[in-house]
Ligand binder design. Sequence first.
Ligand code: ADP
Ligand code: ZN
Ligand code: ZN
Length: 743
Amino acid sequence: MKYADVIVDISHENVDRPFEYIVPSELEASLRCGCQVVIPFGKGNKQIQGFVINIKEEPTFDVNRLKAIESILPGSRRIESHMIELAAYIRENYGSTMNKALKIVLPVRKKSSPIVEKYISCSPDRQKVEEALERYRSDKRMVARCRLLEEAAKEKVLPYNIVRDKLNISVQTIRSLEKEGLIRIDIMENLRDAFQIKEQLPYTIRLNPDQLGIADDIWERYQAQDLRPSLIRGITGSGKTEIYIELIDRMIRQGKQAIVLIPEIALTYQTVLRFYKKFGDRISVINSRLTAAQKHDQLEKARRHEVDIIIGPRSALFTPFDHLGIIIIDEEHESTYKNENAPRYHSREVAVKLAQMSGGIVVLGSATPSVESYYKAKNGIYQLYSLDKRAKGKGLPEVSIVDLRQELASGNRSIISRKLDELIRDRLERKEQIILFINRRAYQSFVSCRSCGAPVQCPHCDVSLKYHRNGKLICHYCGYEMPMVRVCPSCGSKYIGTFGAGTQKVEEEVNRLYPEAMTLRMDMDTTREKDGHEKILSAFANREADILVGTQMIVKGHDFPDVTLVGILAADISLYSGSYLSAERTFQLITQASGRAGRGARQGNVIIQTYSPENYAVQMGASQDYPQFYEHEMSYRKLLGYPPSMNMLGIFAASKDERLLQESMEQISRMVDQKIREGLNVIRIGPSAAPIARIQDQYRKILYIKAPDYADLTRIKDLMEEMAEQFPDKGLSLIYDFSLNAN
Ligand code: ADP
Ligand code: ZN
Ligand code: ZN
């Protein structure tokens, strides 16, 4: 008799442990670790689902009181054993139930059946076939059989459809030949292709000495079993992607597999094509535009070893490879690598764990590494490599800072400064291209009253509504909509209108100033349709416009050799986001946006418009000096005890009941203080209201805990989980957010 530990599919802390079940003998042969099963649960033996995480010979509990597994869930997917270990890691390090963590690593369920194709092949018994053919040839009623068998004998395999349609042969005829054993019918599942590239393309790049030096060193370290992650800091266009391709090539020659994480926004056709040129159909791509069935098929191809390389955003990390050799994380600083919902795992850390488990390596790359990763590289946890020259084209663009306060003082009220205006006119004349960049978060226009100053707020969230062109006011947090107001809801004044400059406003301004120029706009609104993002980028790359106006989205993914001017319209907006990461984000934005200029044969210019020209993130972003920025930023983080100088745990709590929220937070604070008195080396900050104190009528509070030792934070989290089990289920939700994880 065998026994199984089962995690029940209920997201409740009280049942977040394995329950023991008997494996009935009829399931013994097919039941594996990671199977989804149906089990009787609780007093009423309600039928629920669960995940088998362990199978054993001896029971831990009294066998007479154990229940038996009912069945294996039909059509379910099995989680590979190493993925169960990964889920346990996520559960332990980010705070979550095992059930939730298992669902993160659970392969996508197949939503529709695979495309099934039938093939006909001839019996290998030549003599029998020849004899049959002879018979058919002399019998007028057998012409159809004769035609089919002749064709089958000639070709190795015949697609069933072609036989039916082109050879015009009836199903009965096919069946009777099959019955006689003259032909065989095979069914093959064709997995849907994620993308359609049919041409054979040449790959011609040879690494330059700098690139080769890095690739060789990473490779030698791998062969010497130094499995520490590598961080390549290389300016945009320095050739990091080619290093990734070289390393992947070496890996797959050894029979290993590769995962390449690229932020969704940078996952353009152009990027994928570069990998495709080298690896052909050994690669597959996952992105959010794929249907569930397509996504499933890509993972299935990986499982069947039909592909060795998967490229995709965060979720590609959970590809079921069994000989994983390398995980690449491009643009490793991107915030999208952190899961927004609980558990808030960071792909970088989970990748390191996964590589460790598989004996593989992790390679991170960025022009502007996260301060966290660079800190690890400086401290020997990662191996650091730098590339400071562009692989081709000109050197870095010439960057100037424009003080917007002086613009206003000299009477220029436009969002385009005089210096930027001068350069735009120059580039239009020379038929070169221009990118104008606006910070997304900052410039969504909101509506406010010029008489009383009140912004128009969402009735459910503590945020202002955003004005959309279609004449509606929309809440970006809960989707609440109302028609544009004519009078102020607070004081009744008629002087109410939109503020700030959205991408639309900039586009209008550009059209007014340069009526002869062709303009494209790229933002959330213009990229909503399928492949909208891709279409705009290709149109711009094909020179269908002179000026591209856009948000963060335009910073990544495409090479535009004819762009020689980038204008960053208000660089410092991200400085005031209220997060300790705001300087880092500003530096990243400026550097990444500047990297778009002068990638072709001509030198580029970048204009940074700002209200805080003296700010170090702006200054160092302009000089594109990452190491200097890092030193400056780290001294600030050390001074204030922010990550990565300390580890930090954010506890986000939300409830519709404001009192309950307040009391629970106080209770948590008391617990933490008690532990501090007992000698735990942590610092408590807060609780305070979250930056947005209410969303969808849920009140929100945050408590931060800092600690030199990461383990002390997971200890607090464990204690809180114990506490949460005792909280009556009154609708309090808790999310843990770890800001540094000492791998
Ligand atoms: P990064 O990933 O660092 O931004 P890329 O790998 O995209 O840089 O390289 C920038 C451009 O230079 C690309 O067009 C790439 O094909 C080209 N490139 C990179 N390395 C080489 C090389 N060794 N020889 C020729 N072209 C190269
Ligand atoms: Zn008013
Ligand atoms: Zn709202």
